[in-house]
Design a protein around this ligand. Structure first.
Ligand code: NAD
Ligand code: TYD
Length: 362
């Protein structure tokens, strides 16, 4: 790994990954290709360690000429592909963008990589890698008591977001079997941590609790996610790229599976401790049950045995510690919150997603 093309590196996980590479891999040059959609922000790339090792390029992964140019100009040997439309609720309202970026965009990158690495072959194939960052949502939903997802679980996506990610996973795998493109895939559970766009559950709840706005819990709040601290995910990706077997998939998860309502109560408790003089104390008075998400997946859970035994990875942060640090990070970064949440798109999204959700079930 010398010259790395990171796609979507101005988003939540991508920017944390950029930071982690610059910290842990001296000598690596990162080319960060990001379209700066509503979810991407240069604010996420402030104060990078070794900024001279990082080059930002604003552009679309669907732009084949641009991707071709970057691969050759910077002699890219590794692609780490994060760029995607990522919010399930938005995929229900407007699925087209998900097909374009997640399916067509991934296809464009694969074609560019095939042409640069497999056809032209400037480097031996064992020195290049296409790592695709995917999600556990491709596996669908679990009932209580079902065994956790693992690498052999059949795909059964249920939202347009999950279906578009599943399509991209299939394409990536097919470029390995058909063209010999050296790929790896990681399917990870829900991440949380600094720099997550505040349309997702955890940062949304922190911001609303801070500002005394309702905390909208979908349905009965008993849906379960397998929460992983973002830095643990970044460590897993670095390890898969460096030590993972080509052509393989690795499931990554946090072994933290509380229902959403419990997460929201924990955030309220942490807010009570950090802001005891808030006019909204106790913050749980702000919780409001609202209409459920259509097709809402009930439960995700990941079996991490493969990455644990093959690569020695396991999560380092407990949920309690990670959540506390995360809440603290948002409270300590009001300028970041203002920069990302004052954009008109965010305000109109909040209006669009929440104004028609009547009171839900208790
Ligand atoms: P995010 O929405 O915070 O960031 C996505 C980034 O991609 C943004 O910076 C955006 O500007 C960029 N982007 C979007 N379309 C683009 C395009 N056409 N060309 C170039 N850049 C574009 O997403 P995230 O939460 O950081 O997720 C990153 C990746 O990890 C995604 O592929 C997602 O499916 C996967 N993932 C996320 C989670 C999670 O909990 N957030 C869990 C597992 C996997
Ligand atoms: P989210 O952060 O959107 O991630 P995903 O849908 O990819 O899992 O949502 C996490 C969980 O929180 C999910 O079960 C939906 C629920 N949720 C709410 O209850 N209220 C909200 O306002 C949001 C955004 C999510």
């Amino acid at each position: 790994m010398k010259n790395v093309l990171v796609t979507g590196g101005a988003g939540f996980i991508g920017s944390n990954f950029v930071r982690s590479i610059l910290q842990h891999e001296p000598g690596v040059h990162i080319i960060n290709l990001d379209a700066l959609t509503y979810a991407g922000s240069l604010e996420n790339l402030q104060d990078l360690p070794s900024p001279e090792q990082h080059t930002f390029v604003q552009g679309d992964i669907c732009d084949r000429r641009l991707v071709d140019k970057l691969l050759r100009q910077y002699e890219i040997d590794t692609i780490v592909h994060f760029a995607a439309e990522t919010h399930v609720d938005r995929s229900i309202v407007d699925p087209g963008a998900f097909i374009q970026t997640n399916v067509v965009g991934t296809f464009t990158l694969l074609e560019a990589a095939r042409s640069a690495w497999v056809v032209e072959k400037p480097l031996p194939l064992d020195q290049v890698r296409f790592h695709h960052v995917s999600t556990d949502e491709v596996f669908g939903t679990l009932a209580p008591g079902d065994p956790s997802f693992n690498e052999n679980t059949p795909y059964a996506p249920r939202s347009p977001y999950a279906a578009s990610k599943a399509s991209s996973d299939h394409l990536v795998r097919s470029y390995f079997t058909t063209f010999g493109l050296p790929i790896t895939i990681s399917n990870c559970s829900n991440n949380y941590g600094p720099n997550q766009f505040p349309e997702k559950l955890i940062p949304l709840m922190v911001l609303h609790a801070r500002d005394g706005k309702p905390l909208p819990v979908y349905g009965d709040g008993q849906q379960v996610r397998d929460w992983l601290y973002v830095q643990d995910h970044c460590d897993a990706i670095r390890l898969v790229i460096q030590k993972g077997r080509v052509g393989e998939t690795y499931a990554v998860g946090g072994d933290n599976q509380p229902p959403n309502l419990e997460i929201v109560h924990t955030i309220c408790r942490i807010m009570d401790q950090l802001q005891p003089n808030s006019p909204y104390f106790p913050h749980e008075q702000l919780i409001q049950f609202v209409t459920d998400r259509p097709g809402h997946d009930r439960r995700y859970s990941i079996d991490i045995s493969k990455i644990q035994t093959e690569l020695g990875w396991q999560p380092q942060r407990s949920l309690e510690t990670g959540l506390r640090e995360t809440v603290q990070w948002y409270l300590e970064h009001p300028d970041w919150i203002t920069a990302v949440s004052q954009q008109p798109d965010y305000q109109s999204w909040i209006q669009r997603n929440y104004s028609n959700r009547e009171g839900g079930v208790k």
